[in-house]
Ligand binder design. Structure first.
Ligand code: NAP
Length: 285
């Protein structure tokens, strides 16, 4: 029990970090979630000192530069957080002989496939965000060790921080109709499920690259329609093409994640995103 001490980077304010904090605490872990004023995550000595002083056994890195469009103009910041930080964390965790769980993204893929992406598929990111996330994975996986987990996930929704589902529900309360992109298809994922599934992998003491997302697939338009239905609202959703909603960064038209490696290793399977969406909306909206 005394070994269950986790440092959650991004745990104070991030969408996933806060979910990890809640789930780990429920499973009787002792969690530490310093914010950027309390710990300089880029400073190896401060990190090592923090880890030793608090007897941290595992670091969950849910810090990232996640503003996909803004990254096109702020590539230096994106690479700092998405490539340099995992490199620093990798070195520190390895030399302290503790675990590291790092999160990556479905945006490392170009979306040219039309069947779910496995961990064996080759990334080919099409945006600065996707490229910087891929670089972050590579820097860790080029020298893998038995306490390193890299988890690609996708399309997060959940409590504690505004996300796509919240925005759609809030707009649906004000408007009669909304236009939502229908030609991008992915794996909507509930942060609290992702945190539980991540813990399952940690408990299996496995390492390497995994895909983790709720089961099934949806377009943004389908996700929006389902969210509005679950929230008991009426708002017409008009499917539109990405070309009708221009954004700075290219996004993969298809980025559904195949989680069969997770299923094989844990003997468990993620639940369908629609079920998780209902849970989220009934509990938190
Ligand atoms: N959201 C998605 O749909 C999605 C999809 C696929 C993969 N992912 C991956 O999942 C992981 C978690 O994403 P998320 O959506 O939970 O991220 P998020 O909500 O944007 O949170 C990012 C966290 O990083 C912290 N942070 C940013 N810059 C920092 C800095 N310079 N120093 C210290 N902390 C800093 C933020 O703190 P402040 O609040 O202080 O800024 C925040 O706590 C990331 O690796 C992301 O790439 C997310």
């Amino acid at each position: 029990m005394s070994d269950m001490k986790a440092l959650i980077l991004g745990g104070k304010s991030g969408l996933l970090g806060q979910a990890l904090d809640q789930v780990l605490q429920k499973h009787e872990w002792q969690t530490m979630c310093p914010d950027r004023n309390e710990l300089d995550v880029f400073n190896s000595s401060s990190l090592t000192e923090y880890i030793e002083k608090n007897r941290v056994r595992i670091v969950f890195n849910a810090i990232a530069y996640t503003m996909v469009d803004q990254a096109e103009e702020e590539d230096e910041s994106a690479y700092d957080l998405n490539r340099k930080l995992p490199a620093v964390l990798g070195k520190v965790c390895k030399s302290s002989n503790i675990g590291l769980v790092h999160f990556s993204s479905d945006f490392v893929f170009d979306g040219k496939k039309n069947t779910p992406y496995t961990t064996e598929d080759s990334p080919n990111p099409q945006s600065v965000y996707g490229k910087s996330k891929y670089e972050g994975e590579k820097v860790l996986l080029s020298k893998p060790w038995d306490k390193l987990l890299v988890i690609r996930t996708a399309w997060l929704f959940g409590p504690f921080k505004t996300n796509f589902v919240d925005k759609i529900i809030s707009l649906a309360r004000k408007k009669d109709s909304l236009n939502v992109v229908h030609d991008q298809v992915g794996s909507p994922t509930y942060t609290l499920d992702l945190a539980r599934y991540t813990l399952n992998l940690v408990n299996k003491q496995t390492s390497g690259l995994y895909h983790l997302a709720n089961k099934g697939r949806a377009s943004w338009c389908e996700l929006a329609s389902e969210a509005i239905k679950c929230a008991g609202l009426y708002c017409r959703i008009n499917p539109i093409q990405s070309s009708e909603y221009p954004q700075k960064a290219n996004r993969p038209p298809y980025s559904v994640l195949d989680c069969s490696k997770y299923n094989m290793v844990t003997g468990k399977s993620p639940r369908p995103w629609i079920q998780s969406l209902r849970d989220y909306i009934y509990h938190y909206q």
